[in-house]
Write a protein that binds this ligand. Structure first.
Ligand SMILES: Cc1cc2nc3c(=O)[nH]c(=O)nc-3n(C[C@H](O)[C@H](O)[C@H](O)COP(=O)(O)O)c2cc1C
Length: 172
């Protein structure tokens, strides 16, 4: 049997985030953000997360310079946001201007108005295959009570995850 990783992983439901960083140049700070679903919680003590980024990504190059980033976890109202940040850099830059986003206090990376966010500082990065795994210390987190279902990526499409209220009732 051959290997078709994409086909197999289409069946693995994930959450969706916008990951942001920036570049400081002669004309000031340029922010960028990309849609990612490879976020993994790696360690609780110390708090660490990882994200896999395409090795030839300009976003990755910026991140390896600044060594900081933010992750905003999206809900179903942000489907268009997820679509915009999976496009080329100019479209992403335009999207950042129209969104409600504020620089994170600890990193300066933009935090979107979203159910939860993390600010991270680079601890380690490893080139693996055609991607680079970045591992970051989580230096700040925030959450607001979610009123909407989380955004879920499955079978190459966006879906609404089960409502939080139902989940809370299920664990009571
Ligand atoms: C749902 C979804 C999840 C994605 N997750 C990742 C990811 O984890 N890592 C990655 O490198 N690209 C991921 N992408 C693709 C990037 O969002 C997209 O290629 C981005 O524009 C890359 O920016 P770049 O041109 O700087 O590489 C994802 C796209 C979608 C639609």
């Amino acid at each position: 049997m051959g290997v078709d990783l994409r086909m197999a992983m289409r069946n693995f439901a994930t959450g969706v985030c916008v990951m942001t960083t920036y570049a400081d140049g002669p004309n000031g700070r340029t922010h960028d953000g990309v849609t990612v679903n490879s976020l993994t919680s790696v360690s609780l003590d110390p708090p660490l997360v990882s994200v896999c980024l395409r090795r030839d990504s300009t976003f990755l190059a910026d991140l390896l310079d600044t060594k900081v980033w933010a992750l905003s976890i999206l809900d179903i109202s942000a489907t268009d946001v997820a679509r915009a940040f999976a496009q080329k850099r100019e479209i992403r830059a335009a999207a950042l201007h129209t969104l409600s986003a504020t620089p994170g206090e600890d990193t300066g990376a933009l935090v979107l108005d979203s159910p939860a966010w993390l600010e991270c500082r680079l601890r380690q990065h490893v080139d693996v295959g055609d991607h680079t795994v970045v591992v970051g210390d989580v230096i700040a987190t925030g959450a607001q009570r979610g009123r909407r279902p989380p955004l879920v990526f499955l079978h190459g499409e966006y879906h609404a995850g089960r409502c939080q209220q139902q989940t809370e009732e299920a664990v009571k």
